[in-house]
Design a protein around this ligand. Sequence first.
Ligand code: IVH
Length: 673
Amino acid sequence: MTAPDPAPEPRMQELRELIRTADDQYYNRGHSDVTDAEYDHWFAELRKLEAAHPSLVTGDSPTQRVGAPLPKGGTLATIDHIAPMGSLESLHEAEEVREFDGRARKLLERGDEPLAWSCEPKLDGTSANLVYENGRFVRGMSRGDGSRGEDLTRNLRTIRNLPMAFVGDGPFPERIEIRGEVIMGREAFRRLQEREETSSEGTFRNARNTVAGTLKLLDPRIVKRRALDFIAFGIGHAEGIEFATHSELRRQLAAWGFAIAEPARDAKSIDEVLTYRDDLEAQRDGLVYELDGVVAKVDDTAMQQQLGRTARTPRWALAYKFAPRLATTTVLSIEAQVGRTGQVTPVATFEPTELAGVTVRNASLHNWTLLAERDIRPDDTVEIQRAGDVIPEVVRVFLDQRKESSKPVAPPSECPVCRGALHMEGKFLYCSDLDCPAQLAGRIVHLASRRAMDIEGLGPKQVEQLTEAGLVRSIEDVFTLADKKAQLLELDRWGERSTQNLLDNIERSRKPTFPRFLNGIGIRHVGEQTAKDLARNFGSLTGLRAASPEQLTAVDGVGEEVQKAILEFFESPKNQATLAALAAAGVEPEESAPTAGPLDGRVFVFTGGLSTMSRDDAKARVEEFGARTASGISKKVTDVVAGEAAGSKLEKARKLELRIHTEEEFQALLDEL
Ligand code: IVH
């Protein structure tokens, strides 16, 4: 034990910040670059410091709330839960579980009489709250901050085993909140990982993160393909129905058509809870779903009510986690690997080690900043973990076993694949070159996409084929494909018609508008909107290349980081060569005089349906006049156009007192310009 820190405040601040950042990544961005073990460690340390210094507990400390904050400026509406959604106290040791049981028995004044617990698996996904009215699904949301969650209704509707209506004739409760976990089965996750090899859906570290990310997608069609499941484990607010026990509630949920967590067990005492957990842990690899422990609930609902809850968690339910799967091994080397987006990450190679049935050889160390912080070095003895997923992580370095000769690995100074320049972006290192083979395919898919150069017939599959066959070795090669028609025709699935179509489409794309071109060439951070803003300000490639850093940052949406990315892009000799080659291949963006449109500085949001034009057309019109568009309401938004059946965005806009136009008013505004 170390002596208590006399001035713990800075460390407490730091821990809160670390936890907040990790929460934001996990809940709002669907990925995380800290391990669960690290996260738990921070949380425990903060709790301990706060317990020792109660006067330093702040209202906004992560220990004082449940779940994560709602995403800022997110595009999903937020909805209040009827009854708040809690969380469970996570216990890791049998002794802690016995203590929990002891406290409950004491509060219930039961003396030595054992308590009956209803046990079920703890599913490892994302919790959801579903509202049913008279047996019909009306909406569903994420847990969010416990009192309000994001509206996930559209995505939840795509989940095949989630009942749109209760099974049976009723009568059904007038209104009931059904709580459960959205998960992805082991098989579905494996299939998705395979598919990912051939698509641009991004990387999936484990099933849980994938579920979190998937539920936030705005396109329910992609959600549907991800094969999620909903498993019910409880209720929130309920009108017109009561349950005497949790086991009875489970039976009712199943009768209404919900999948419930299995295999469950009724435990007559806490000893049986402990046995249940050990039994299930022994079976974990054979189960359809990934589990991270068990949940035990006091079976009797009257007792549950009597026990009540603490600020964060109920006193009648606990989570008893499985032991993380750990092994000790040696780091053989740490090398730089380049991913499809050009991200250069450190990857450790280990002395091959058996870990819960799988031989582990490598693990990503995520990024160079984290590597430096955690100080993992070649030759180190480390503890690795395969927790709830297939991808192992380093959880601990045994510093006492470190050799004296040991040296940290520095990030590479050039791209290990193309030898080109690298640049940092936040914590991540990227290869700056356009046609680095490691990222070529992804870049071309982007170049050809609808909002860039719009080359139909050049999607991920085709690009992969072309790059693999060596027909396309750089971006500019796309525009000389016509010279290789004979070779194209030799490839699988390329007939005369499809080949000619593609060549025609490429031909047609040679004169893109400047913003499309700019979006397409893939300057980091320069997406569709920034490309439009830059085009409006500088008019042409020549104009943009001549822009000074100050002129660049004067453009809306261009900060320090974007400005640097633009300058770096044009400074790279390789990129200069690419631009020259594109010009030589006849790719010439249209030029336009820089404009200051009548709607300059205004930001439009469209909500609801328009009857006289599509939303894309409406956006294009206001952008033509210098406005920007956004998809969600924030303080930056100045104008909202509310069409047919406009919903929560309109309400938000009213609250913020933004300028609101009906469709007619909007039409009149356009006519005036
Ligand atoms: S009951 C008051 N039962 O674990 C909260 N939760 O750490 C009652 N979870 O937020 C929750 N499986 O997302 C319950 N069988 C189960 C569960 C389960 C997974 C999740 C749930 C909850 C989290 C708590």
